[in-house]
Design a protein around this ligand. Structure first.
Ligand code: SF4
Length: 493
């Protein structure tokens, strides 16, 4: 199926539904979005929030205050699916006291008929069901419901790319920009190619225009998103200066005016030396790459259909560190993939030790219905848990060692706000995506005119601002530091 690029005509048609819905909804109504899963889902939710605000809806902090609830689902892991149905149970009770509450469900799970059937049978109060490719049609689908349709279940099968959808950015300093949709890789455990369709890239000019606009609006950092950004552009015609990911990244770094550019995710089979050189040559591309290892055993990598070997992976890491000495490397690892023996697991431990990842996101395998791996015999749960604990122990040592190397250095931190763990310290990330907590002297707050304000307001006032921070202490998951100076540039509040 070929990609459907949404035309200006279609965008205007959707804008017409925004206007009609504004009238049908009336004033003072509120929306609440519950988002599961990855940053791609976060960005989709930002687009639905943008559409709802264009319909004059206000954001409800609490679910109970909402007149329209949207749940954006994820089918990557079993527990996200379980939590989704848990939330539907809560909404079922809420709806008893609030019969006019509108409930919309979207995202990857809706591309699987088994889940849509379950909603139809067991949660009949759900008003709207649509898929990840239908986000741009949300105003139209809502209009059908508001105009009297009892239920609007309409999961589109087209692979679409829509531009010009209104966006309400969740953060004031870090924006998300989805540069491509879908995936062609068919890793044997993963539902994404079935749920999100084949790879389709946005046109380069559209992405660059968005990045420039974000920089002009005052965003310091943008994260470029795709299931495998290294495939960006492969589906586009070679004409019209579309280019590949390296070209897009180079132009983004040189033309957008952004202070920091990040990207996520990169499949190790597709990471090129050109990409590493591009990062090395541009200080505003962050010093961080997420290389998803998944397993250190070549047998298991083959069964996962990952199309690289542990040796290739380690060579790539060595090249990255040679070309970009201050790079930090994070990874994903699945423990207990069907058929994983103790020997296979030992291979994973060996690669993890050798790779010395800064951080790893570790998961116990859970079968996803409809994937080839779901038909294979599972590793017993107790074996999986025991291996998982051993892996976490090895990785925690890596993380602590990587953090200890930074003690005494001064790094530039983009302030994200108050630390979750201490009410009187600020938190942020450096260019290598390390999490850094630090405190400021009262004199600094006085100079900033924040002497009398509480910590919450202090955090909000400094959000998005850059600080030079000297690292004083290393922990497994974060670093502690002290302020050296606040940069004059950057955006405040
Ligand atoms: S690269 Fe593999 S794991 Fe990642 S989204 Fe595509 S199929 Fe899933």
């Amino acid at each position: 199926m070929s990609t459907q690029y949404i035309s200006t005509e279609e965008s205007l048609r959707q804008a017409g539904f925004l206007v009609k819905n504004r009238e049908l909804l009336g004033d003072g109504k509120k929306y609440h979005i519950i988002t599961f899963g990855c940053q791609l889902n976060d960005n989709d939710s930002e687009k639905m929030a943008g559409q709802m605000e264009a319909m004059n809806l206000l954001e409800a902090e609490e679910l109970a205050e909402a007149d329209l609830v949207v749940i954006n689902t994820c089918s990557i892991r079993e527990n996200a699916a379980g939590r989704f149905f848990g939330h539907l149970g809560i909404i079922k009770n809420l709806r008893k006291d609030k019969p006019n509450l509108l409930v919309a469900v979207c995202g990857c799970m809706m591309k699987q008929e088994v889940h849509v059937d379950k909603i139809r049978r067991s949660y009949p109060f759900v008003d709207m069901v649509f898929g990840p490719q239908d986000i741009y049609r949300f105003p139209e689908l809502l209009n059908r419901r508001l105009e009297g349709s009892r239920r609007v279940y309409d999961v589109g099968m087209e692979d679409t790319v829509a531009e010009g959808v209104p966006v309400r950015r969740e953060r004031k300093f870090r924006a998300l920009s989805t540069i491509m949709y879908g995936c062609n890789n068919f890793c044997s455990y993963c539902v994404v190619p079935y749920a999100r369709g084949r790879e389709r890239s946005r046109h380069q000019a559209e992405v660059l225009a968005e990045l420039k606009a974000l920089a002009d609006e005052g965003f310091s950092e943008v994260m470029l998103l795709g299931q495998n950004v290294n495939s960006y552009g492969k589906d586009l015609p070679a004409s019209n200066e579309q280019g590949n990911f390296v070209e897009l990244l180079t132009k983004a770094a040189e033309q957008s005016g952004l202070k920091r550019i990040r990207f996520m995710s990169s499949h190790p089979k597709d990471i090129s030396l050109d990409l590493l050189d591009t990062i090395a040559a541009h200080p505003n591309i962050e010093r961080h790459i997420h290389f998803a290892l998944q397993s250190g055993s070549n047998e298991i990598l083959k069964a996962m259909n990952r199309k690289y070997t542990a040796e290739h992976f380690l060579n790539l890491l060595a090249e990255a560190r040679k070309r970009i000495p201050d790079i930090s490397i994070t990874t994903d690892i699945i423990v207990g993939f069907p058929g994983e023996t103790e020997e296979d697991f030992q291979d994973t431990l060996r690669v993890v030790r050798e790779a010395g990842f800064d951080q790893a996101f570790t998961f116990q395998y859970s079968p996803r219905p409809g994937t080839p791996a779901a038909k294979l015999e599972e590793v017993p749960a107790d074996v999986m848990t025991e291996r998982f604990n051993r892996l976490v122990e090895v990785q925690n040592e890596n993380s602590l060692r990587a953090h200890e190397r930074l003690v005494g250095e001064t790094v530039e931190v983009l302030i994200e706000g108050l630390s979750d763990h201490s009410e009187s310290s600020l938190t942020g990330r450096d260019s290598a995506y390390h999490l850094i907590n630090f405190t400021l002297d009262e004199e600094v707050f006085a100079e900033l005119g924040l002497a009398e304000t509480d910590w919450v307001r202090r955090g909000q006032a400094l959000e998005g601002r850059f600080a030079q921070v000297k690292i004083t202490d290393a922990k497994t998951f974060s670093l502690q530091g002290e302020l050296v100076g606040l940069a004059p540039q950057g955006r405040v509040g």
